[in-house]
Design a protein around this ligand. Structure first.
Ligand SMILES: [Zn+2]
Length: 318
């Protein structure tokens, strides 16, 4: 397939429906055999004019489109808008300008903003699938770098507020797999355990430090604790994977004062997380786009879960 390097090229490429179709088909049905997303049957025919397939198995809702079964399914916007928008979201390292998106795609700024928001949201929980196998959970504080402040302010901060000017961040890492990182309101039991339950499959081997907030997870997980006051590693029981991630994260922040406003921190965390989760590969913008697209298509079930529980009501507009 033809690849391209810029947003402008992506817009021109996906203005042609056949190009949207060939890419979506390649990602959804790599063997070239179109299967009904409802029943898996290959007895389907393409209807040119309405641009849908029809399944002949005899169930209700026999017609399906390229968007059926993907996060784009319930949107009235076409792939000619969604695919370039995704390109922008995954490749724009300095954040997304909804003005730029709106101008380039020929949509209103409000629509552009919602599109970017929805794509980022879909990517943020990227991969959606619950973490399993061996999973580490840990938290850290980010921001409010004392050494970049004026001395008197620094002393006041250090002696006074402690970590209050920092933002608490939680990481959950599947060994050999992905990391999920989120800003959390505090390190209390409710916040930490909600994150664990959101991201980790029940029954998974879970390793944390001895923070009291993790007490009670043993009901649902094979939870083992490493008490850092005693030792850092006990066989498989450690959180060194996340310790490494935190040091990478903080090295990236080194020498820079990063605003502790959650909005800015979100962006930075998402960027670092996407980079970490795609480490070990020399990826160009096109690779990253294709990878992101493969992650957010074919995720219908988990997306429904999201739409039911976590999705902001406003994003239903787009
Ligand atoms: Zn079917």
């Amino acid at each position: 397939m033809e690849s391209f390097k810029t947003l402008r090229e992506a817009i021109i490429h996906f203005a042609d429906y056949e190009n949207c179709k060939s890419l979506m088909m390649k990602l959804r049905w790599p063997d070239g055999k179109v299967k009904c997303p409802h029943c898996g049957s290959e007895k389907v025919t393409w209807l040119e004019k309405p641009r849908v397939w029809k399944c002949y198995t005899g169930h209700s809702q026999p017609k399906f489109s390229l968007k059926t079964g993907t996060i784009f399914e319930d949107s009235p916007l076409g792939l000619d808008k969604w695919l370039p928008a995704l390109w922008l979201v995954v490749n724009c390292k300095n954040g997304i300008s909804s003005c730029e998106l709106a101008r380039d795609l020929g949509v209103t700024q409000k629509t552009g903003w919602f599109m970017a928001h929805r794509l980022r949201y879909a990517l943020k929980d990227g991969g959606f699938a619950l973490l399993s196998g061996e999973v580490e959970a840990d938290e850290t504080f980010i921001g409010g770098k004392a050494r970049n402040m004026h001395l008197s302010k620094r002393q006041r901060r250090i002696t006074g507020t402690g970590p209050k000017d920092k933002t608490a961040v939680m990481g959950i890492l599947e060994r050999g797999g992905k990391v999920r990182v989120s800003v959390i309101p505090n390190r209390r039991k409710k916040a930490l355990q909600a994150e664990v339950r959101k991201h980790v499959e029940a029954g998974t081997a879970l390793y944390t430090d001895a923070l009291m907030s993790y007490d009670g997870l043993a009901q649902d997980y094979a939870h083992q604790v490493i008490d850092h006051a005693v030792q850092y590693v006990d066989g498989r029981v450690h959180t060194n994977g996340l310790e490494n991630f935190w040091s990478l994260l903080k090295r990236g922040l080194n020498g820079t004062y990063v605003s502790v406003e959650p909005f800015h921190l979100f962006r930075y965390l998402d960027e670092q997380t996407f980079r970490y989760n795609n480490r070990g590969k020399e990826m160009n913008d096109f690779d990253r786009f294709e990878l992101a697209l493969s992650q957010i298509t074919g995720k219908r079930l988990t997306y429904e879960h999201l739409t039911g529980k976590d999705r902001e009501p406003d994003t239903a507009l787009i």
